[in-house]
Design a protein around this ligand. Structure first.
Ligand SMILES: NC(=O)c1ccc[n+]([C@@H]2O[C@H](COP(=O)([O-])OP(=O)(O)OC[C@H]3O[C@@H](n4cnc5c(N)ncnc54)[C@H](OP(=O)(O)O)[C@@H]3O)[C@@H](O)[C@H]2O)c1
Length: 412
């Protein structure tokens, strides 16, 4: 039995009082009566820790549940571990902590018999953690696709909607509060990679750390890419993918073009969405606000209620699977070339030599130069990369060839 199993108020110790922490403090006040009606327990704030106030040991001693909203690795990791070891339930929104130290923390929680809730760590208020952890716990998940970063989805949506370039769309995102002053982790793909590592751990039961995720961001995306893709009937997203491949798993985050009918193609602005695929269930797509103080606080509060209800499922020990890094994908290839006869033939020759076959081509003249934009059929990414490197060395090239993945499935 843990202290939260006793009757009386549930004492909630809050670590962090920033964007999410302050929204959570407000929310538990607003929702206290409704939660007492629902669960029979009253939520009672038992202390707040920031850099300038509060003492962790005192808060720990006086709490039944510790809510960690500090962010970063230390001291968050030590505090979460100390809380678990003291028999306290923990709720956290800290994706970086979980994608680097999750196994240690989940094992400690299972051993001590306490709950470790982390719904808010992935896709904000979208309840994908609960669905994978409980509702679909028995499903054999084949693949999870996610738009799990609202900042990049907003930027790409703005570039598509208004024709703005990357810098203009980023500035707009910062002005509206969708991007932080230092947006590096979001636009570079690291934030999404952390979330995909956690989703992969839940979907496949295998340990997945941040360094197992191949990721790239959206900094190199140009207005041209988006315009040409439109001509090919494609939309652009920063897409996380976790999938079973050849007896192992592959987890990645890349900009990717989707056909208009794909369930994730219509997710725009700062929204997040995750599609879970399994043979038995076909697919389930969940979407909603992916970040923001009140939204994330709502997911945190949901976990606190789940703690009272005893419905936070324990995570089974991880069972390692090989991490596969070379996966099959279709690609969009953007080439700036000298406008003279036989250039297309030279490019086609290189692609053919590497067994890369072309699905569609758009060619446009630009004075002495021309643009060739093509989509190639699915191919092992290492083979496509070798072809791209060889194309880059052709004397007809005017700039480095750019490539973006294309999700091949056409949904109708
Ligand atoms: N913001 C979002 O929309 C969002 C969405 C999903 C998940 N999350 C996650 O939620 C967590 C919190 O994010 P946030 O945006 O609320 O962060 P934030 O605004 O930077 O707030 C962090 C809070 O933690 C406190 N803190 C940081 N280091 C501390 C230390 N060493 N000792 C004591 N207090 C410390 C800060 O204290 P001071 O007030 O004294 O500086 C501040 O109150 C992170 O894990 C983040 O990834 C955030």
């Amino acid at each position: 039995m843990t202290s939260a199993d006793l009757v009386g108020p549930l004492r909630v110790g809050l670590l962090g009082h920033g964007t999410v922490g302050s929204a959570f403090a407000t929310l538990i006040e607003q929702r206290a009566a409704a939660i007492e009606r629902l669960t029979g327990r009253r939520l009672e704030p038992s202390g707040v820790l920031t850099r300038s106030r509060g003492d962790f040991e005192e808060i720990l001693a006086g709490s039944d549940v510790i809510v960690e909203l500090l962010g970063g690795i230390e001291p968050a990791r030590s505090y979460v571990l100390a809380a678990i070891e003291a028999g306290k339930h923990v709720v956290t929104a800290n994706k970086q902590l979980l994608c680097q130290h999750g196994e240690q923390l989940w094992a400690a929680a299972a051993e001590r018999g306490v709950a470790l809730g982390f719904e808010a760590a992935v896709a904000g208020v979208v309840p994908v953690v609960r669905v994978l952890r409980s509702s679909l716990a028995g499903a054999h998940v084949e693949r999870v696709h996610g738009i799990v970063n609202g900042t990049t989805n907003f930027i790409l949506s703005e570039m598509t909607r208004t024709g703005a370039n990357y810098d203009e769309a980023l500035a707009q995102a910062q002005e509206l509060g969708y991007a932080e002053a230092d947006p590096t982790e979001d636009v570079g793909g690291k934030d999404a990679a952390a979330k995909m590592a956690i989703l992969a751990r839940l979907a496949f039961g295998a340990p997945v750390r941040l360094e197992d995720v191949r990721y790239e961001g959206i900094e190199g995306i140009t207005v041209d890419d988006i315009e040409y893709a439109r001509e090919l009937g494609l939309g652009l997203k920063l897409l996380g993918t976790a999938e079973r491949v050849d007896g192992g798993i592959a987890v990645s985050v890349h900009p990717a073009f989707l056909y208009a009918g794909h369930p994730l193609a219509s997710v725009s602005g700062p929204f997040n969405a995750v599609t879970i695929e399994s043979e038995a269930i076909t697919e389930v797509t969940l979407s909603g606000p992916g970040a923001g103080g009140p939204q994330t606080a709502s997911a945190v509060l949901g976990d606190v209620v789940a703690v009272i209800q005893g419905s936070v499922a324990a995570l089974a020990p991880a069972d390692p699977l090989p991490i596969v890094s070379d996966t099959v994908s279709a690609f969009y290839l953007h080439l700036e070339v000298v406008d003279r006869p036989r250039v297309l033939a030279a490019v086609a020759q290189v692609l053919g030599d590497h067994e890369v076959s072309v699905k569609s081509v758009v060619q446009k003249g630009l004075g002495d130069n021309a643009r060739l934009v093509m989509v190639v059929h699915p191919v092992l990414s290492s083979r496509f990369e070798r072809a791209r490197e060889q194309i880059a060395r052709l004397e007809e090239m005017r700039s480095s060839p750019r490539a973006i993945r294309v999700l091949e499935e056409e949904f109708t």
